[in-house]
Design a protein. Structure first.
Length: 361
């Protein structure tokens, strides 16, 4: 994964050394209120990792979620005492070495993977892996979401999710969106909020995959950013101003996305200025309900998306929240191994709200 909650400290204008005013708290206060109103069961498989435990202690203290830790109870509580985290005694602790308790999950994994050559003995070994056990808890209806990655690689986090949870109905690809919080007074987005996708996972999506990314990113914008999504499928061309295979891919992806979700407000292909600036949109794409009004930007490939969000973050002083993994059948989010406690806390908040949205779908 290329980033996590990127630089919560406010970026500085080099010429004045004064921060842009950029307040993300209203968004997270709303997410926090929603999570407290409907507490979800969130698995934290990295149960001895200090940043994770500090965030978990805070989550429990604030009543945000029901925390599930995977590991040996004595070891976890000893670590909690060492870190002075009293609330972790209220966490649900699941021991993967408890063979009798793990047998139903081993049987579940065997049924899911037996066509791939997995034996029941293989499955009994696999449930001892906290990443897999966490996903099996979700698959079995015993938990609602998982957050990991402070110690594990993105590949390991996603591999467990793919093998156990798979992708959401109608979606074959996992992608990563960033919620972009723009500086106060910015004329773009809705209340200064935009959502960018995919900026983190899929290097060169096909037209079909790009359509699925658009549908997933629209859902993330609605469920987490709290905005009415207006999706622009970006290109270096607007409505046939250039001819190229890469333009054709975006046009085709826009058509497919409309078929997947006819209620979605989407248009493409649009250049960035046509998507964002009303006067340019009216000139380049007259009659479009999206041109000049877009608050969700879908990029044609990962190179463009990753570069774009970092440029907006650094040059415009925006705060980039994410990546939020999207497209999985249930919420699993990946942390950077360089994350801090606040990153873990906010990722759990996002995961709770993804789970609430899934339950209400």
């Amino acid at each position: 994964m290329y980033s996590t909650f990127a630089n919560f400290a406010l970026p500085l204008r080099e010429e004045t050394n004064k921060p842009f005013k950029n307040d993300m708290e209203p968004l997270f206060e709303q997410l926090k209120s929603q999570a407290i109103a409907c507490p979800q069961r969130i698995v934290l498989p990295e149960s001895l990792e200090p940043r994770t435990l500090r965030a978990a202690d805070r989550i429990i203290a604030e009543g945000i979620a029901k925390v599930y830790l995977i590991g040996n109870r004595d070891e976890i509580l000893a670590k909690a005492a060492e870190l002075s985290l009293p609330n972790l005694e209220r966490a649900t602790i699941i021991n993967p070495e408890d063979g009798a308790a793990m047998e139903p999950y081993a049987q579940l994994f065997y049924e899911l993977r037996k066509n791939k050559g997995v034996t029941i003995e293989d499955a009994r070994k696999k449930v001892k892996d906290p990443l897999y056990l966490g996903c099996l808890l979700i698959k079995n209806g015993d938990a609602d979401g998982q957050v990991a990655g402070a110690q594990n690689t993105t590949g390991n986090v996603l591999r467990a999710a793919f093998q156990v949870l798979k992708t959401a109905p109608g979606i074959k690809v996992v992608s990563g969106a960033f919620i972009m919080l723009l500086p106060e007074g910015s004329p773009y987005g809705e209340r200064g909020i935009m959502v960018f996708g995919d900026c983190a996972v899929l290097p060169n999506p096909s037209a079909e995959e790009l359509a699925q990314i658009a549908v997933s990113t629209e859902k993330t914008a609605r469920d987490l950013a709290g905005i009415d999504p207006k999706v622009a499928m970006l290109s270096f061309s607007t409505k046939g101003s250039a001819s190229h295979d890469n333009v054709t891919k975006v046009v085709e992806a826009t058509r497919m996305a409309r078929e997947m979700n006819p209620a979605m407000k989407i248009d493409g292909e649009l250049q960035a200025d046509a998507a964002l600036v009303p006067s340019v949109g009216a000139s380049k794409a007259p009659g479009s309900e999206i041109a000049g009004k877009a608050n969700v930007l879908v990029f044609p490939d990962l190179g463009v998306g990753n570069i774009a969000y970092k440029l907006v973050q650094r040059l415009a002083g925006a705060t980039a929240v994410g990546p939020v993994l999207q497209g999985l059948a249930a919420p699993v989010n990946d942390l950077s191994r360089g994350c801090n406690e606040e990153d873990v806390y906010k990722t759990i908040l996002l995961t709770c709200n993804q789970a609430i949205a899934k339950a209400n779908a």
